[in-house]
Design a binder for this molecule. Structure first.
Ligand code: DC
Length: 223
C-alpha cells in the first residue's frame, strides 16, 4: 500500500481530533493525536510537582511515554500506566500548553512522532506537525475556526460531562489564553505552514468539515 502522511495543525477546539480521526478512518491510516502525548507529560509533571523548566526537564529522564490502540482508540501510557482517562481536564490542558513550550519536552516527543510516521501512513494532528515534525508530509491542513465558535463547542462538550462546572466566558477566556501561549512561544509556535491548505470550520458542521478535508486529501494525493 502506498505510504503517505497527512499533517493537521490548528488551534485548540477547531475540531482537529474528531476530524483527523474521521479522516484516518476514511483513508485507512493510523490516527495520531500528538496533543495527548503533551498532555501525558503535563499530567506526569503535575503529579511530580515539577513546575520550573529545570525541574520538568530533569524529570523527563524518569518518564517513558508510549501509545497503543485499544479497540481502535488511541491510549497513552506514562511509565506503563494508561493515563488516557486523566488527560482531558482543564488543569491538564493548561499545563500541557505550558510544558509544550519547553525545548526538552518537544525534543522528547519529536522522535516518537517521526518514527510513527515512518512506520505507518498517518493522519497526525497537533500544532507543529506540518512545520516541524513532518515537513515533507504529502498533505498539510491548517484547521481553524473563530475563537467564539471553538469556545462554544468546547463549552457544550464540558456541559455534557459536568453541567455547570464552567461558564461559556470561562471557556472563551481559556481558549484565548491557550491560543496566545501556543502561538507566541519561541519554540515551534502554532502557525500555518506555507504549503498548508487553510480549512475554516466556523460555518460548517462535522460532516461538512470532514468532506472539506477529504476533498483536500483526494486532490493532493490524486485519489
Ligand atoms: O491538541 P491538544 O489541546 O490536546 O493539545 C494540548 C497542548 O499541547 C496544547 O496547548 C498545545 C500542545 N501541543 C503542542 O505544542 N504541539 C503539538 N504537536 C500538540 C499539542
Amino acid at each position: 500500500m502506498r505510504h503517505y502522511n497527512i499533517a493537521v495543525d490548528g488551534p485548540s477546539g477547531a475540531g482537529k481530533s474528531t476530524l483527523a480521526r474521521r479522516l484516518a478512518r476514511a483513508l485507512g491510516c493510523l490516527y495520531v493525536d500528538t496533543g495527548a502525548l503533551y498532555r501525558t507529560i503535563a499530567l506526569w509533571m503535575l503529579r511530580e510537582h515539577a513546575e520550573t523548566e529545570e525541574e520538568i526537564t530533569g524529570k523527563l529522564s524518569g518518564l517513558t511515554v508510549t501509545m497503543d490502540y485499544l479497540e481502535g482508540e488511541q491510549h497513552v501510557f506514562a511509565n506503563g500506566e494508561d493515563v488516557t482517562p486523566y488527560i482531558r481536564t482543564a488543569e491538564v490542558s493548561m499545563a500541557a500548553s505550558r510544558v509544550s513550550a519547553i525545548p526538552a519536552v518537544r525534543e522528547f516527543l519529536f522522535r516518537l512522532q517521526q518514527s510513527l510516521a515512518e512506520e505507518h501512513s498517518v493522519v497526525m494532528d497537533g500544532r507543529d506537525i506540518g512545520t516541524v515534525v513532518l515537513p515533507d508530509a504529502e498533505v498539510k491542513i491548517y484547521l481553524t475556526a473563530s475563537a467564539e465558535t471553538r469556545a462554544q463547542r468546547r463549552f457544550l462538550e464540558l456541559e455534557e460531562k459536568q453541567p455547570g462546572a464552567q461558564t461559556y466566558e470561562d471557556v472563551l477566556r481559556d481558549v484565548i489564553r491557550r491560543d496566545e501561549q501556543d502561538m507566541n512561544r519561541e519554540i515551534s509556535p502554532l502557525r500555518q505552514a506555507e504549503d498548508a491548505v487553510l480549512v475554516d470550520t466556523s460555518e460548517a458542521d462535522l460532516d461538512e468539515s470532514e468532506q472539506m478535508l477529504l476533498d483536500v486529501c483526494k486532490e493532493k494525493l490524486g485519489l
